[in-house]
Design a protein around this ligand. Sequence first.
Ligand SMILES: [Zn+2]
Length: 406
Amino acid sequence: MSGAAAGGAVCDTVLTGALLADGRRVSIGIRDGRIAAIDASLAGGREEIALGGALVLPGLVDAHIHLDKSLVGDAWQPHRPGKSLTFSVMERVAIEAEILTRAAPVEERAAALVEMAVARGTTHLRSHVDIDPVTGLRSLHAVLAVRERYQDAVSIQVVAFPQRGLVSCPGTGELMDAALREGAEVVGGLDPAGVDHDVAGQLDVVFGLAERHGARVDIHLHDAGAEGLAELDEIARRTRALGMAGRVNVSHAYALGMVPRADAQRTAERLAGAGVSILTNAPGNHAYPSVRQLRAAGVTVIAGNDNIRDAWWPYGDADMLERAMLIGYGSGFLTDEELGVALDLATESAARALGIADYGVRVGAPADLVVVAARNVPEAVVARPPRSHVFKAGRRVAQAGTFICR
Ligand SMILES: [Zn+2]
């Protein structure tokens, strides 16, 4: 068949020799930034790129990153351990504040991390950005500038994140309100019990802002055991009451991985019923929710890199295939089907939870694609092979692992 598919117009670009996740070898025609045709053979596009049988996946989704915190693009910063034996969010925040006063400007570091992520096939990011009376809206403005600068390469959702607490840190709620007026589209939260010691108080502000701005919600929840579980139940209750199914995510939700399985099951069913998704990055040093148990209960589970080479965590290079591998590794995923689940957390499920419209390798969807030197999805997850091309809305934004769209 000719490149003049679906409507008769000639495609701008035709990718030949593309291997799909279902094993078909096809040509993909791209026109006006969207996938115009997927066929056994297409020819005659203005540009033709031969993929030689490489695997084409939808652009990867990093559903949790901190663009303002990362030290990528700056001098190497050795990790500074905390003084207390038990992990404390607020002690880490104090160490971070010290480190960041000497770091390169947010815009410089965030840009370097964006380019790193895109080069590895990420086409959608959700970035939490610190909002507090010390930082004000400075980091927000920097990240919004980076979002605009890279809008042709990656879609970025911004979360107004109260890193220093919300009700316990006066003025933060007003700043988050301002952040949502200025371009953030998600309301963040942080350990309503552990940080604010006022579960109802923090959730009143978070869901109040979400209602006022028509915004989504994404809450960091490290609170442990029964306390964390009760907070998840309360988030599910409020989500249901406000009709916000599919618009609320809880990141980490460690409690689900720390309590007896039957207790986690009850809360998982409440989360599924309310349409609350759970994000994990499968940390190596902490219990985290069972991906298998949550999915079996009907919860949408998604993945993100979270901290990358910052004051919290020295690891990472913004690769969502590596994150899928780490989640699969930590979850004991071995079969092809399970490895497919690991990828799903960073593609289809993440897109659904973030409200990304028309996602996937399908006719009519934006041509957000990553080409991987793998024979199938399981191999892409276990080996994290090089990405030969990354396309955003049909535009080539990375090639041979290098960002090319400035
Ligand atoms: Zn985070």
